[in-house]
Design a binder for this molecule. Sequence first.
Ligand code: TXA
Ligand code: MG
Length: 327
Amino acid sequence: MRITVNPHAFTDMQLENAAAILQGGGICAFPTETVYGLGANAFDEKAVKKIFEAKGRPQDNPLIVHVSDRSQLDDICTVTPLAEMLMDRFWGGPLTLILPKKEAVPYSVTAGLETVAVRLPSHPVANALIRLSGLPIAAPSANLSGKPSPTRAAHVIADLEGRADCIIDGGDCLWGVESTVLDLTVSPPAVLRPGAVTKEELSEVIGEVIYGTGVGAPKSPGMKYTHYAPNAPVYIAEGEDALARIYSAAEKFQKPGVLYYQTERPKFSSSVFAGKNEKEYAVNLFFALREFDKMGVDVIFAMPPKEGGMGDAVRNRLFKSAGGKTI
Ligand code: TXA
Ligand code: MG
């Protein structure tokens, strides 16, 4: 089933069928302010299993549990004082917190971990859907495992039509990269995935915050898998003479694609402008990677933004999509 809603003007009635699908153990794709999610009742193991099957997601990669009201957390996790402070400041919004789990949350959601990831989105459609279902909703990004996350309904349809019981088209996502994941079960708290809520902003509220390493023995199990991979290989080109290096590396290829940032438009027809600043880059990033697939390029060269703030979120996704390859 497909449902189209205007995120600025919709009624509960338009989402009732989708909420009923969730209550009946089905899986439903819906928009959030970060990327589209693929949701199921977090307390229903069978429903959660369907998410992993539809995405082709490895079983050891845990899901985020989404709520529309903080009181739902009573059955889900232990809310610590630091968590309260962060929720007051950043919820609803693009911040996911890792907290000690409670018994009601099945291990299929947490991939066997004693911790659980929780988030309260700001997107009105996401919140209305969760509220109407009356359930906490476990939801990863609504893409096939390994593909770039979906920032538009068309991306979800391309990946999951026929695999999800319902797809809600609620327009384009505001941020374009997934939520910041902050582990509050370690001291100092560690950012496991950078996002729109920056490390600097978190520090302003709770003091010292570090970046988790994620390499070797990943604390966030999802970090070890191939991610955000378009069909063509991606290479990162950084620094002053990035464009010159791209021109020379491109000679070996038939149809190079370039994701360019803070430079003139490259001479190739398959060039995509990343945006005027890091925030725009984040909004365009996954869309651009999927555009390169459509254009049929045989290589992608991408110029990353500088480190810091939102730049860290973009760089994290870009370097993953490149599998670390640079020129
Ligand atoms: O913005 C978002 O977070 C989107 C929307 C739909 O809410 N969701 C999303 O989910 O990006 P997903 O499954 O694609 O990414 C969740 C990340 C993964 O890297 C996963 O390993 C990590 O969160 N994660 C989930 N539970 C965890 C836990 N208990 N401990 C450590 N990492 C966890
Ligand atoms: Mg994902």
